[in-house]
Design a protein around this ligand. Sequence first.
Ligand code: HEC
Ligand code: HEC
Length: 322
Amino acid sequence: MRQITKSAVRRSTSEHILALLGIVLLAPLVPLRGGDPSATPGDSALPLIRPAVSTGTGLLLQPPLDLSKFTTEEFVALSSTVGTNRIHKHWTSAVVTLPPHARPGVHGLTEEEVKDYMIQVRRLFDEGSAIPISDTGLISTQEDVIRRPMLNHIAAFSNSVARVYLLVQKTSTDKGWGYFSIVQDLTVDPPLDYFADLNGKGVKFEGATCYKCHSSGPLAIHPARADLVSDAPLAAALSKHIADQPLSRFRFPQGEIPPDYGRPLALKACTKCHDTDGDRLPLFRVHSHPIRILVDFGYMPPKRRLTPGEIDELRAWLEQKP
Ligand code: HEC
Ligand code: HEC
């Protein structure tokens, strides 16, 4: 993933003051917090995300990433380089409420409107008005490519037409932070997910590069270790907001022809939910990285472990020649 450019970070003072004024002026009219009532800290019934422990299925391509030398102190120090004013926010809802959409009765957001949402949430994060969770994610890194801790700050926003997500990310050895966003257009049925990289001059829509992990829109939060997450109740609330999302479709950028992904995974233990009319979309071999990891760490299927026979069936499918 590309690194953030300096010019993108350094905003002019006048722009900053204008932005601050904007917040002050809007504050009495538009409450910035308080969206999704299910995502509140008082919801003590919400279970925390289970720590990631390999169940030894043999599906991993490499041994689980050894983070034993990566301490909580290092995690906190590295996470904080994003700016301590931006993280560890007091929260009442995990989702920041955005002002209402400007165009009433909208049916289908335009690309410009989607981009505006992405720029808006990045600005809110930079100003310290987002409610991010910070973690070292289990599967943000391709297991056979980046064998380093990946630091994430993840924040969610919404209004009645869109659910918007921001990811601010770097590996333990990168200098700058990268910005990525997902906008879920709720004005069409089924909702449509736009993915973009915000690190260059503008917003760059992305397709296949994001699809290989995000098969059905935003991904649940999976901290690699219980002490590598900033606010576990917030992570659980955000993950619940993500899990409760409507079934959506992946939007490939204009001009990008979606590759032929072959036949979907037919394992019954998965198609119960991952199917064209399921809770989640079908899975293809292009998704083998998150499949191997989520199954091995016991997150998928959600309520039981696969039998040895099912694991063999899954492995055979993953290793099939196209
Ligand atoms: C190697 C797998 C992988 C790829 C490729 C990937 N992501 Fe993600 N992404 C993740 C994981 C895993 C999370 C949740 C991480 C955590 O637990 O903190 C995530 C989280 C996010 C989030 C925060 C909301 C959410 O889903 O939890 C955004 C926004 C995001 N990614 C955008 C993108 C975009 C845009 C691209 C393509 C440019 C992309 N991602 C490519 C794995 C991936
Ligand atoms: C009971 C329903 C259910 C079953 C069965 C199930 N999944 Fe899932 N799966 C989900 C839900 C809901 C999500 C998104 C929320 C989450 O990540 O917890 C998800 C997410 C995933 C993801 C992350 C990408 C995405 O689409 O969000 C992968 C990969 C995945 N599942 C693989 C599998 C595999 C492989 C199996 C079978 C071994 C399986 N799942 C069985 C419900 C299910």
